[in-house]
Design a protein around this ligand. Structure first.
Ligand code: TXE
Length: 484
């Protein structure tokens, strides 16, 4: 059985405890590898290595740090096929999705932040009488923690570590214990990419042990976290007394607002994708479909007809579009969300239970049919809590005002999707919706320069572009007179 390893001070090694945790393939339910069960002892070693490495890395020319990231990206490209299969096996996502989205985007993240640091210049301010110059010296923070989730493993892992490293920080990174494999592969190529020992460290293990030790460590000065809202709240509570810088990208309960004057075919096809891509396990997925009264029946009928025909399959097969959900516990949690919706009076229009792909290899895997529920009001649990699975609800609205009220009736505010051919209405609605991102007549179109993050319980701070480089640096105002 393969045993993955931590990367500490340039050395691949098991946990100090000598203990291991099982890593399960969601499509089969079988253990196929193990990860080190790390704790504070491993984090302490990683921090010591990072402290040693920081003076050299933080003062290295930005071109050289960028070159390391580009060489690393080239390694991702060289091993893309192996990474695609590893990501699919570890997470349960179809290989077609890992190939089209996850792995190319991981490569792009490394390349993008190599370029971004080359264009990230300091500001200067000169008063009208030119008596003084103020300039902003952006310094790397020091040692930072990057904690990432299981839904887009390498994609989100690199989204955090690339700007942190580009800005000159040393990193202690923790991938999700549920999907550790691709981060382990990446860690094996750090040295070949030219990243000095101790600059980039990976600690595998449980959130409550390894993650908690990172969050608590007094020498780790900033935490960039993506994951569940309750974990985010716990991290905020833990780090507040130490005044750590925090970037939290948390859950969503994203509305898709479908107005009667939308381009029907495009709205339908994209809503299916935005609802069920990655088995609904993307923080940006639509989960509340709000449909204008006059279009409701037609949209619902077409949606149910198409979704009922979607086939859940073995993620390892080329043609599969819907794979496994990430774990047994997560499958059971999604099923209990569906049960609660039924008990609350919801009607299941399709799906509603486990799925059995034809491949016998998948008999003990974690599969759920794509599910559509109607008949529940906005205050129902299923319309308030993040399910994070292939489950959506339908609600109707009679005018723009009501659509916006329904959309905003949520503790979350990550992404909204708006479908209308009336551009004035689209802009009005986008401005009125509480969300960090509003997509008009499209979904998941990303430009890595744009600010990424949510409002309300969806998080604090923004990732992406210069926002990320600002997060991973501390600005110092330096002022001097122009006359001696
Ligand atoms: O996430 P956790 P889970 C949502 C989704 C899902 C729920 C729970 O609704 O059902 O969160 O998922 C690490 N200190 N999202 O339990 O626990 C953990 O090891 C430090 C939304 O898997 O938040 C992992 O690396 N770290 C989402 C990471 O946090 C801790 C993506 C995320 O795990 C920790 C995933 C602690 N005390 C789930 N406890 C999104 N927004 O994209 C856990 N971790």
């Amino acid at each position: 059985m393969e045993q993955l390893q931590n990367l500490i001070g340039g050395e691949l090694r098991g946990a100090v405890s000598g203990e291991w945790l099982d890593n399960i393939e969601p499509a089969t339910g079988e253990v196929y590898s193990q990860i080190p069960r790390s704790n504070a002892a491993d984090v302490n070693l990683a921090v010591a290595a990072a402290v040693k490495a920081f003076p050299q890395w933080s003062t290295l020319a930005f071109e050289e740090r960028a070159a390391c990231l580009r060489r690393w990206a080239a390694k991702v490209a060289e091993h893309a096929e192996a990474l695609v299969h590893a990501e699919s096996k570890d997470n349960g996502k179809p290989i077609s999705l890992a190939k089209a989205v996850d792995i190319p985007r991981a490569q792009q993240n490394l390349e993008f932040f190599a370029g971004a640091i080359e264009h990230f210049a300091s500001e200067a301010h000169i008063p009208a009488d030119a008596s003084h110059i103020h300039y902003t010296h952006r310094k790397p923070i020091g040692i930072v923690g990057c904690i990432s989730p299981w839904n887009l493993p390498l994609y989100l892992f690199t989204w955090k570590i690339a700007p942190a490293l580009a800005a000159g920080n040393c990193v202690i990174a923790k991938p999700s214990e549920i999907t550790p494999f691709s981060a382990f592969m990446l860690s094996q190529w750090a040295e070949e990419a030219g990243i000095p020992k101790g600059v980039f460290n990976v600690i595998h293990g449980l959130g409550a042990e390894a993650g908690q030790a990172i969050v608590e460590h007094p020498q780790i000065k900033a935490i960039s976290f993506t994951g569940g809202t309750s974990t985010g709240a716990h991290i905020a509570r833990t780090t507040a007394p130490q005044f750590k810088k925090l970037s939290l990208e948390l859950g969503g309960k994203n509305p898709a607002i479908v107005f009667a004057d939308c381009d029907f075919d495009k709205a339908l096809a994209t809503t299916i994708r935005s609802s069920f891509a990655n088995q609904g396990q993307i923080c940006l997925c639509s989960s509340r479909i709000l449909i204008e009264d006059s279009l409701y029946d037609r949209f619902k009928t077409a949606l149910v007809e198409k979704v009922a025909r979607m086939r859940v399959g073995d993620p390892a097969e080329q043609g599969t579009k819907m794979g496994a959900v990430v774990s047994r516990a997560h499958r059971d949690k999604i099923l209990s969300n569906i049960d609660a919706a039924i008990k609350a009076g919801g009607e299941i229009l399709c799906g509603g239970t486990v799925a059995s792909p034809p491949n016998t290899r998948c008999n003990n895997g974690f599969f759920i049919q794509p599910t559509i529920i109607e008949g529940l009001g906005p205050s129902c649990e299923i319309n308030q809590e993040e399910v994070f699975g292939p489950v959506i609800t339908l609600q109707r609205f009679s005018n723009e005002k009501q659509a916006i009220e329904l959309a905003n009736d949520s503790q979350y505010g990550l992404a909204a999707t708006i479908w209308t051919q009336d551009l004035s209405k689209a802009h009005r609605t986008a401005a009125a919706v509480d969300s960090g991102i509003a997509w008009i007549n499209c979904w998941l179109v990303r430009d890595l320069r744009t600010p990424f993050g949510g409002v309300k319980s969806s998080g604090v701070g923004r990732e992406g572009g210069f926002e990320a480089l600002r997060f991973f640096t501390e600005p110092q105002n330096v002022c001097l007179p122009t006359q001696a």
